[in-house]
Design a protein around this ligand. Structure first.
Ligand SMILES: Nc1nc2c(ncn2[C@@H]2O[C@H](COP(=O)(O)OP(=O)(O)OP(=O)(O)O)[C@@H](O)[C@H]2O)c(=O)[nH]1
Ligand SMILES: [Mg+2]
Length: 336
């Protein structure tokens, strides 16, 4: 199967258009001796903008075409003709893109909602034509100014998925199976670790035409902060989610221990951001269709003091309760 490349950080070169030069020209017309200066101004250079577009789901287009260039302004010409303004260049980025200056690493802005636009390089101003210098004592000016160069820089773009809820867990815990069971996402599911290689968003619709965006990210393993497995970089896609849900394989398949998984996960999340474990509002005990799972769940409650929601992504048990809880965790609708 052909898969689309997933790129969530990329470096791009941007160049706004230069301003056009002002013109030195004198009016030459039959029967009009000494027609005076008539050099027009140069046009403004186009600017480079980045605009959020919800149909973009990765930064891959910029990986293949990393140069964004806006058009330069036209030069002024005789008869006071103004040069044409350069066309702007608009790069379409996914919602949730953070823009950094690659040289200084300073953050320049975030592009969060559909249609948000950030000007990342301003076009140069056009130069002035010689007609601006004419005075009663200076009738034939040859002064003019050249257009200003457009801004140029290297940017680093980072995509941070925007979701209301993020799912975290070890590989094979059943995160993708759960997402598919409660939303209409079609994730890849497999009995092998790291089936999911990039974030997937599922949308849970609920009464009032409201939608809850749930993000599934690649599994995290013990030592992920040292680069083991796929590392922790994908946590950036749940970093902004107000609530996190931890998914545990309560059956302890293939010798796993749910309590150890829980402590390792919290530890790895803490390495990424000390705040992440605090945002873990819910623990889902998955694979409860397996006979050994209930016993593990009781031991888990006893030892960690934390409650879990028992579900099975395969049989569907507990999923309605889980959906109700997730909906209650949803941020309140925005008014106004
Ligand atoms: N018995 C049982 N098996 C399950 C359940 N949920 C998922 N599985 C199985 O567990 C395996 C892993 O499921 P995935 O949904 O791919 O797990 P994941 O957490 O997304 O894994 P990664 O993408 O690798 O991080 C698959 O073979 C699933 O069929 C469940 O509730 N019960
Ligand atoms: Mg998965």
């Amino acid at each position: 199967m052909k898969t689309k490349p997933f790129v969530d950080t990329v470096k791009i070169q941007i160049a706004a258009g230069d301003g056009g030069n002002g013109c030195v020209s004198f009016r030459r017309e039959k029967y009009v001796p000494r027609g005076g200066p008539d050099g027009g101004d140069g046009g403004r250079g186009g600017s480079v903008y980045l605009e959020a577009n919800r149909h973009q789901d990765s930064l891959a287009p910029f990986f293949f075409a990393p140069n964004l260039r806006a058009e330069s302004g036209g030069h002024g010409s005789g008869q006071r003709r103004h040069g044409r303004n350069g066309r702007d260049h608009i790069g379409h980025v996914p919602t949730g893109t953070v823009v950094y200056d690659a040289a200084t690493t300073a953050m320049l802005g975030e592009i969060l909602c559909e249609g948000d636009r950030l000007c990342v390089a301003r076009g140069g101003k056009g130069g002035l034509g010689n007609c601006h210098w004419v005075t009663p004592s200076h009738q034939a000016p040859r002064e003019h100014t050249d257009g200003m160069p457009g801004e140029k820089m290297t940017l680093r773009l980072e995509m941070k998925t925007i979701a209301d809820i993020g799912l975290v867990g070890f590989p094979n815990a059943g995160k993708s199976s759960l997402l598919d069971a409660i939303t209409r996402a079609h994730s890849r599911i497999g009995a092998y670790p790291f089936t999911t290689l990039h974030p997937v968003i599922g949308v849970l619709k609920y009464p009032g035409h409201r939608r809850l965006r749930i993000a599934d990210v690649p599994g995290i393993i013990d030592g992920a902060h040292l680069g083991h497995g796929l590392g922790l970089a994908f946590l950036r896609h749940v970093e902004r989610a107000p609530s996190l849900v931890m998914v545990l394989d309560m059956a302890g398949s293939e010798g796993r221990d749910p309590i150890a998984d829980y402590t390792h996960l919290l530890n790895e999340m803490r390495h990424y951001d000390a705040d992440l474990p605090k945002r873990t509002q819910l623990i889902v005990a998955n694979k409860m269709d397996r006979p050994e799972a209930e016993q593990h769940r009781l031991a888990f409650h006893r030892q960690t003091g934390r409650q879990t929601v028992a579900v099975s992504a395969i049989s569907g048990d507990g999923l309605d309760t889980l959906k109700d809880i997730l909906v209650k965790m949803a941020p309140p609708p925005q008014t106004g």
